[in-house]
Design a protein around this ligand. Structure first.
Ligand code: NAD
Length: 456
């Protein structure tokens, strides 16, 4: 593991500043080349990435490919396709008071940016922000999660192979390393992780007035209304909740189901879990493990905050918890006040939509929200009245996987967004420039001048 002392971190940052000042990172062909390099580099190491994800998280090959590797190829391809138009200065309208002049908004890179990543999608969440940083013309320092050491090692090999550290540097390590990095004055910080650490990051950034994007988490509800298509809802909810054993920032955290359809929905979800993961998911190699013992014990503790109506089986040696449905949950228990981030799904019922909306309103703004209904007005009411980062109507997770939808949180679930063009925008400062005419000059703008237009 490549950990660094404070002096080494300062040297790396200094080298990046010098390199950034050379202007090389700003040239469009340079950016394009680095993005292409990233893609071929990932391709070269694909199998190692899959193996490391299996070791760190017990991820299946299919899941590793779709949620960690393939999604990066899509993002790189999309960025390469559109970058030429994104980098162009955008001409804007001229105000009447500014006749004769022209206005431009010119995207420029911030400089040296810091990316701090979490462990749940440890490969993708370290590299996806890097795509935006490179596209916008920055240099970057990447700090992967220490909880997924095999993936961290692969990232280190890959990035060192592809880029000089004066351009892209990887600094492995845990909390201390992260804190040492946050002591430095970066030009932008992109953080993905928990709301608690997000506050630490923002506080540190404020000391240098460094702008931040905070991609955080929280409790994302899924509402299933009485008119929902039950078999489809069951399939799509189980898919979103138990992928990566629930260790997904936008996984449905808890279910709010209309009392009229609670029984058939639960029955359908049980059948889907059985079809997806078999009768003993803890023995299924395609079902992820819990990242470490601390989280395994934390999640095991939640099982007592309700009545297990399906699942509940644990496998200590494999560190796996079967997909679990919990009924009769206590609203003030840790299960319902903390982000679950695991394969435990509390089921709450409501009789009027108002009740469900009020419950969500009484809690911090969620990162994601999902509503299943066949009625446009119900969907519009839910998406219109509740503030949340992003979400889906009649699906889960899928909003994260399209480059056309900016992805991010709101309130306690984060600030700023990325993916596709939004990534480029996030890592760019938008510089406004007014180009004035010299053909004439309005004397009335000057102190003690006579009115009128003067040709010069
Ligand atoms: P975390 O906040 O514990 O750690 C994230 C990163 O911050 C790691 O690299 C870690 O080393 C570093 N870190 C930890 N404590 C620190 C401290 N005191 N000071 C400075 N740096 C510190 O988060 P995690 O456990 O890795 O990830 C889980 C959380 O991330 C969940 O809340 C989840 O919802 C959220 N998440 C959000 C997104 C998103 O896109 N919004 C994606 C994935 C995960």
């Amino acid at each position: 593991m490549i950990e660094r002392s404070a002096a080494e971190i300062q040297q790396i940052l200094q080298n990046q500043r010098t390199y950034f000042a050379s202007q090389e990172t700003k040239a469009l062909p340079f950016r394009m080349e680095q993005l292409k390099k990233l893609k071929t580099g990932i391709k070269r190491h694909e199998q190692e990435v899959i193996d490391a994800l299996a070791l760190d998280l017990g991820k299946s090959e299919l899941e590793s490919y779709t949620t960690e590797i393939g999604i990066l190829y899509e993002e790189i391809n999309f960025t390469i396709k559109h970058l030429k138009s994104w980098v162009k200065p955008k001409k804007v309208k001229t105000a009447l008071t500014h006749v004769g002049s022209k206005g431009y908004v010119i995207p420029e890179p911030y400089g040296a940016v810091l990316v701090v990543a979490p462990w749940n999608y440890p490969f993708q969440l370290a590299l996806s922000p890097l795509i935006g940083a490179i596209a916008a013309g920055n240099t970057a320092v990447i700090k992967p999660s220490e909880l997924t050491p095999n993936v961290s090692g692969i990232l280190a090999n890959l990035l060192q192979e592809l880029y000089p550290p004066s351009y892209v540097s990887i600094i492995e390590g845990g909390v201390q390393t992260s804190q040492a990095l946050l002591e430095e004055r970066f030009d932008y910080i992109f953080f993905t992780g928990s709301p608690a650490v997000g506050k630490v990051v923002m506080e540190a950034a404020s000391r240098h007035l460094t702008p931040v994007t905070l991609e955080l988490g929280g409790k994302s509800p899924v509402i299933v209304h009485e008119d929902a298509n039950i078999p489809l809802a069951a399939k799509r909810i189980v898919f979103g909740k138990f992928m990566n054993a629930g260790q997904t920032c936008i996984a449905p955290d808890y279910l709010l189901v209309h009392s009229k359809i609670k029984a058939p929905l639960i029955k359908a979800m049980k059948e889907v879990i059985q079809t997806f993961y078999g009768s003993d998911p803890t023995e299924n190699p395609a079902y992820s493990k819990i990242v470490n013992e601390r989280h395994y014990n934390r999640l095991s503790g939640y099982l007592k905050d309700g009545t297990v109506i399906y699942g509940g089986k644990r496998n200590d040696s494999k560190q796996k918890i079967a997909p679990t449905l919990l009924d009769s949950v206590k609203l003030d228990s840790p299960l319902m006040t903390e982000e679950i981030f695991g394969p435990i799904f509390p089921v709450l019922e409501y009789t009027s939509l108002e009740e469900a909306i009020e419950l969500i309103h009484s809690r911090p703004k969620p990162l994601a929200l999902y509503v299943f209904t066949q009625d446009k007005d119900t969907a519009a009411e839910v998406t219109g009245r509740i503030s949340f980062g992003g979400g889906c109507i009649n699906d889960t997770l899928m909003h994260i996987a399209t480059p056309f939808l900016p992805f991010g949180g709101v309130g306690e679930s984060g600030m700023g967004n990325y993916h596709g063009k939004a990534s480029f925008e996030t890592f760019s400062h938008h510089k406004s420039v007014l180009q004035q005419t010299n053909r004439f000059d309005f004397s009335f703008r000057y102190p003690s001048a006579k009115n009128g237009l003067k040709l010069v």
